[in-house]
Design a protein around this ligand. Sequence first.
Ligand SMILES: *Cc1c(COP(=O)(O)O)cnc(C)c1O
Length: 362
Amino acid sequence: MTSKIKPQPGIMDIALYQGGQSTLPGRAEVLKLSSNENHYGFSDKAREAFLKSARTLHRYPGTDHKSLRGAIGEVHRIDPDNIICGVGSDEVLQMICQAYAGNRDEVIHTEHGFSLYPILARAVGAKPVSVPETDRRVDVDAILRACTARTKIVFLTNPGNPTGTMIPLADVARLADGIPPQAILVVDGAYAEFAEGYDGGISVVQARDNVVMTRTFSKIYGLGGLRIGWGFGPRAIIDVLNRIRQPFNLSDTQLMTAEAAVRDRDFTERCRVENAKWRHWMADKLAEVGIVSDPSSTNFILARFRDAGEADACDAHLKSEGILVRKVAGYGLPHCLRITVGDESACRRVVHAVAQFRAMAQ
Ligand SMILES: *Cc1c(COP(=O)(O)O)cnc(C)c1O
């Protein structure tokens, strides 16, 4: 007998999200460069706030996240009333899909965009639409051509993951102004802090009523394990999202730790400077042994190989050296490996291992 119990349309089409590998069989120690984590850890002030939060675990947290929104507002010079906080920026992206897309609507993402977007679209019964990029760069005109009367959401990762490339604010604005009137542009700024002189899209949001920016504490703040992120958008959209947000979605531990982290600007700035220095160094050294990459505005580089076979062989060699990087065939980039920028010793180990691999292959 076949069951009459069936999930909502679209859900069985979802392929499970694949996270970065974190262990190697038979190896106690690995160098994990597969999830774009922060190799400097996280702020000491965030650690203090985290420990302090243990005193009040018997209490329910607040529901309005006022103190954290105030801190984010102060640091980014934006109105806290236009901010919403979620369980990672992933939850903010999910709330946007739940509130604004449904059965047979279209949700646009780009060819090499974050693999979570099609999952979130399918979860609400919407159809994910993949738009080609040009040489691993987002193509605004291609996105605009793909828009239809059914388009409800356009996801843009800027800077991109796993490409590391970015488009200028003027192009983000042009995209926002060109999409159909019923559609929202979501600018995912998970890596915004790593990009020199970039506000993550704040100015584009402020000047319009159809753009939402999302940000995370998982990348430069080094708090991926804490699960917290936020969104900034027009008051009307934030109001809608708050209606479907679970009132107690964030614990005081998450809220207090994130607030201390966002206020510790010295830590963030140190990480930004170190990351830029070692990213350039690693990209240059890899280029010297013939492994090129596009200029990256993030905390990783997308290393390009001759073909998928060479990328896989290099990945295997790195694994044999205890180094985990990210294969990105699932993102349409089978000839590439995404390598997180670690600290100096991590970058030196990667460069040494890749050079060794190339020497063996000669
Ligand atoms: C890492 C990442 C995020 C962050 O997700 P969280 O849920 O905040 O951890 C969002 N978007 C992209 C493109 C990412 O790479």
